[in-house]
Design a protein around this ligand. Structure first.
Ligand code: PLP
Length: 453
């Protein structure tokens, strides 16, 4: 019998997050003020974010950043998370590969997002902030932040894209159960919302509009800050607890991964599992592959361009050096809502440019096929986002079989799919389809960007 589960104890929860920027020879290029095109300073972020995360966002020198004891205390609710040998999946694939996954789906909210939500809420509380705002598409970030806000006694207002507000009532009720205020966006509560509703009374909303509303409310309310669940450097930093634990657990398993895989939206769960292993590559020249799995309908890393672009559809954020499909890119309505994002964070984009990692894209039907096989073999129904990592791990395991060679695969299970069963229903009924963007669409979108590099 092979051991299937590698468990750490509470004392093994990392005491510091890993800031990969300190170890990168080529640092990411700076974020720019959209008006002046000058690099932003830490202080420029203070009106929007807590000072602590503004500092983390710009920190290029400290490789280790201490995790506050209060945050570590709350991590103990579900951390350390298990590392699992996917023995059932290996058997079903009849592969010589050893497949391991880090199970982030065991968090109270069902995904990795709580790792950063708790940290961000904690720093706001420390600095005397009383209210926080954010936007959410499918609702996973909003759900994680709702629990975090309650844990630290903050009032949270979540602008939820109107179409999701009505289509995904359970994520809305999760947020409301934790006591946050959920507002369907566009709303009459902000200038941005009122303007859109006056011009287009039936508009069903978009992330871009929800961001503008959340930012406007934060800027116009005393003691109120805005928070973001992916893309920015400080979010990547908080997620490194995933990989730091996995590093120890792979040691317990007596193996070292040949390939580390994670699904890719804005890059936070990918960075979380990958950066601690990327460190071995940067500092010791270790020979391992690191693979980001993105949807074929939103392929910024495989088919986008490295370019300064806005982080949001509406063009309110600083300009970020990123692999992007253009902030005006409208991805198809795939069920992995968390991966429908036009760009990649600046650290990952630099690593990609430097050839330190790879990216692949996966079609929707392949992801659900992989998700169903994984559920049947391992007993966990994965989030449609995580299914992109599973499908990629399966491709790697099949390749190992073809070559008749051993291979150690590690992937991140970023979340479970128990609130996404409507998507599984469609798949089982044969009503899901693939989406692919054409080269013309990609080219057309990118041609509308202002060229800064
Ligand atoms: C939000 C989300 C993602 C995508 O976000 P990243 O920042 O790219 O990690 C992936 N998986 C799950 C379960 C999510 O909730």
């Amino acid at each position: 019998m092979t051991t299937k589960k590698f468990l750490l104890q509470e004392k093994d929860i990392p005491t510091a997050w890993y800031n990969i920027v300190a170890d990168m020879k080529n640092k990411p290029m700076p974020i720019l003020n959209p008006k002046t095109k000058q690099p932003m300073k830490e202080e420029d972020l203070y009106p929007l974010f807590s000072k602590a995360v503004s500092h983390q966002e710009m920190n290029t020198t400290d490789a280790w950043i201490e995790i506050p004891e209060e945050v570590r205390e709350l991590y103990k609710v579900w951390r350390p998370t298990p590392l699992v040998r996917a023995a059932g999946l290996e058997k079903a694939l009849d592969t010589p590969a050893h497949i391991y996954f880090k199970n982030e789906s065991v968090s109270p909210i069902g995904s990795h997002k709580l790792n950063s939500a708790l940290a961000q809420a904690y720093y706001c509380k420390q600095e005397g902030v009383t209210n926080i705002t954010t936007e959410t598409g499918a609702g996973q970030w909003g759900a994680a932040l709702s629990y975090a806000a309650k844990a630290f006694g903050l009032e949270l207002a979540v602008y939820m894209v109107k179409v999701s507000y009505h289509q995904k009532p359970y994520r809305r009720s999760i947020m409301q159960t934790f006591g946050s205020q959920v507002i369907a966006s566009p709303s009459m509560s902000t200038k941005a919302g009122r303007k859109i509703l006056t011009d287009h009374p039936n508009y069903q909303g978009s992330l871009g509009t929800a961001i503008s509303e959340a930012v406007e409310l934060a800027m116009s309310t005393p003691n109120c800050k805005y928070t973001l669940g992916s893309v920015l450097n400080h979010v990547m930093l908080h997620q490194t607890v995933i990989g730091l634990e996995a590093e120890k657990q792979m040691e317990m398993a007596g193996e070292y991964p040949d390939v580390v895989i994670a699904c890719f939206g804005g890059g936070s769960n990918f960075s979380g599992i990958a950066f601690p292993f990327m460190r071995h590559k940067l500092l010791e020249g270790k020979n391992l592959r690191i693979v980001a799995a993105e949807p074929a309908s939103c392929p910024k890393l495989t088919r986008g361009q490295f370019q300064y672009d806005f982080g949001d559809e509406a063009g309110y954020t600083p300009l970020i050096p990123m692999f992007t499909l253009g902030h005006n890119f409208a991805p198809a309505n795939i069920h992995a809502g968390g991966l429908r994002y036009h760009g990649a964070g600046s650290i990952v984009s630099q690593l990609m440019k430097d050839g330190m990692m790879e990216a692949v894209d996966v079609q929707q039907l392949e992801t659900f096929e992989a998700a169903t096989l994984f559920a049947q073999c391992e007993g966990i129904i994965p989030a449609p986002e995580s299914a992109h990592a599973i499908a990629t791990a399966i491709r790697e395991a099949k390749q190992a079989k073809l070559e008749g060679k051993p291979k150690t695969i590690l992937f991140n299970l970023s979340g479970h799919g128990l609130i996404d069963m409507a998507a599984y229903d469609l798949y089982l009924a044969g009503d899901l389809r693939n989406y692919e963007v054409t080269d013309e669409e990609v080219k057309h979108n990118l041609s509308e960007l202002e060229q800064i590099i």
